[in-house]
Design a protein around this ligand. Structure first.
Ligand code: ARG
Length: 580
């Protein structure tokens, strides 16, 4: 059920436009730019007048006259060149609140044509520590995955593990170089594996022989050399364990843990298709697909390197084929930073040439970087890459300082406090990220991001907990909620905001932009706070008013919780604050 107030007005306007023989395309309202004058406005008369060469105010007057008879409408006025201002009746808004409460989706509708979406985010790599650069992909992807599911699409999230490229051969050949054999590799844990990779990376930078050896090992690994495969399997297992632990802390989840390596068999098929379609050619021992060069020259897709290995292009093309065939994907969305923009342009163009994903929408969403105070990518104090583990730990340490110590509050031992610490820290990290549009980068703020005031995750969590406490008190006093009645202006403002929730979710979905939800959530929490200061819930003379306000409070709590959930953020029942 979609309980948007606009729907009601759009329907009425449609009928009126038909009656007046006006183009119904313009029979739409939007939330008013001037809430002091009206709730909604319709600007259709201006466009209609332009087409018909008539006076917009005259057309607006005709529409307004009809609209004034609508039982849901309180007042209609015409403003400026022909804007139609509409104010809804309090009763109508109140009744909508009651309907939202009765609906388990809180008045949010679903998409009309659900389809199968594959979300490719996270993208961690074997043997590489996850760093702050991986944060956004996980946080944004998780939120989009929740939003897409909530609006009714069939979602498969896939981590697309980087487990098949040259780094694999670099590590194996580094181990062979130092140990003389691969047999010890099975005792190496993730810390050792990461160290070996770092060493290999440095060596391969200025040692061409080492680089060549690494390429050879990679090609042999890909070709199936047993000894290499077994050693690689260990690297992969250890890495997955570590990566899963990181994502668990951030409450980020994947349906599939496919890696580049899982696309290996299909890579061969991609090469076959390319040959069959006559779109690949040999180039210095490699096999490539040339792309249209357009205005700016675009490098070709490399399917097979001169050493026989497949590339990042090939595994991505093969993965697309698998997602289309096995998952029946109708849309595939990738989330990475802008450095991979060219890669995906090449892959998408290659896909088209190969004809492996007809009618599938492919989209690459690029996000900005997480920066330090200097505006450059966020680094550790000594200038190193900030790993995700450290970032989460720093955030938790900060949050822990603002909470009571274990056993200072009854029922809150070490475990309970630590749970709260991670819920708040993760909310702070995620909200700080998601309140920015995806495309823009942001400065990771360690001082204010976990404060209980301001546009932060903890502020919203606190707002929820505050309402929870009101609801508990009301329950203790055996107070019952009842039908909504709108008397005070603050009640009306709150109700109008609550009624926007369907639109907010749908916009976040169609624009793939969780910041729309973050903005709304913050404003709603503020509006609630104003309402709560002006409109006492308990100790009100009129019990009907009490019951109505209680219902509004509960609905606000439920909407805030739903919004946080769509952002991937938990809402603890109770929030604690250290005395200071
Ligand atoms: N592993 C890649 C990286 O760290 C990101 C993977 C993105 N997804 C993809 N299908 N290529 O850069």
């Amino acid at each position: 059920m979609n309980l948007l107030l606009e729907n009601k007005l759009n329907d009425s306007l449609n009928n009126i436009f038909e009656k007046l023989d006006l183009d119904t395309k313009f029979a739409v309202v939007k939330v008013s730019d001037r809430p002091d004058l009206s709730d909604f406005q319709c600007n259709g008369a201006l466009a209609l007048a332009k087409i018909a060469h008539k006076n917009p105010r005259e057309i607006a007057a005709l529409i307004a006259e009809e609209l004034a008879n609508d039982s849901a409408v309180d007042a209609v006025s015409i403003d400026g060149p022909g804007f139609i201002n509409i104010k809804l009746k309090d009763d109508f808004i109140a009744a909508t609140m009651d309907k939202m409460v009765a609906d388990k989706r809180l008045g949010c509708g679903v998409v009309t044509n659900p389809h199968r979406v594959v979300l490719d985010f996270g993208g961690p790599n074997v043997a590489k520590e996850m760093h702050v650069g991986h944060l956004r992909s996980g946080v944004i992807g998780e939120s989009i995955q929740r939003i897409e599911r909530f609006v009714g699409n069939i979602v498969t999230s896939d981590v697309h593990l980087g487990d098949w490229g040259t780094p694999m051969g670099m590590i194996l050949s580094e181990v062979i170089r130092t140990d003389g054999t691969l047999s010890r590799i099975f005792s190496y844990d993730i810390a050792e594996i990461t160290e070996i990779y770092k060493r290999a990376n440095i060596r391969c930078k200025d040692d061409d022989d080492a680089k060549e050896a690494a390429h050879k090992v990679t090609a042999a690994l890909q070709a199936g050399k047993k000894e290499y495969r077994a050693a690689w399997q260990h690297l992969r297992n250890e890495s997955i364990k570590a990566i899963k632990a990181n994502y668990k802390q951030l409450d980020v989840h994947f349906d599939l843990w496919w890696g580049e390596s899982d696309a290996h068999e299909t890579c061969g098929k991609i090469v076959e298709i390319a040959r069959k379609n006559g779109i690949s050619e040999k180039d210095n021992g490699a096999e490539i697909i040339r792309l249209e060069e357009g205005n700016k020259p675009k490098p070709p897709v490399i399917l097979v390197k001169s050493d026989g290995g497949y590339t990042y292009h090939t595994t991505d093309l093969a993965t697309i084929k698998m997602r289309v065939e096995q998952l029946k994907a109708q849309e595939i969305v990738y989330f990475t930073d802008s450095r991979q923009a060219l890669h995906f342009e090449q892959v998408f163009e290659g896909t088209e040439k190969l004809g492996i994903a007809p009618n599938v929408k492919l989209q690459h969403i690029v996000f900005g970087t997480v920066n330090g105070a200097d505006g450059k990518p966020f680094k550790t104090r000594d200038g190193g890459v900030m790993n995700l583990e450290t970032l989460i730990k720093m955030s938790k340490d900060k949050v822990r300082k603002s909470l009571p110590k274990a056993n200072e509050v009854e029922g809150y031992g070490e475990r309970e406090i630590e749970k709260l610490v991670s819920q708040i820290a993760v909310a702070a990290i995620k909200f700080q990220d998601l309140k920015n549009t995806i495309a823009s980068g942001y400065v990771f703020e360690l001082d204010d991001f976990a404060k209980f005031e301001g546009k932060t995750g903890p502020y919203i969590q606190y707002a929820v907990a505050r309402i929870n406490s009101v609801l508990r008190k009301a329950a203790n006093n055996t107070m019952q909620e009842g039908n909504v009645v709108l008397e005070a202006p603050e009640e009306r403002v709150l109700a109008l905001k609550l009624a926007q929730v369907h639109n907010v979710v749908m916009r976040a979905h169609s624009e793939k932009e969780p910041s729309i939800i973050a903005d709304y959530t913050y404003t709603l929490a503020q509006i609630f706070s104003t309402f709560y200061n002006a409109c006492p819930i308990m100790n009100v003379e009129n019990p009907k008013l009490s019951a109505s306000r209680l219902r509004l409070a509960k609905l606000t709590r439920d909407v805030l919780k739903l919004m946080l959930d769509l952002l991937g953020i938990e809402a603890p029942e109770i929030m604690l604050k250290a005395e200071n």
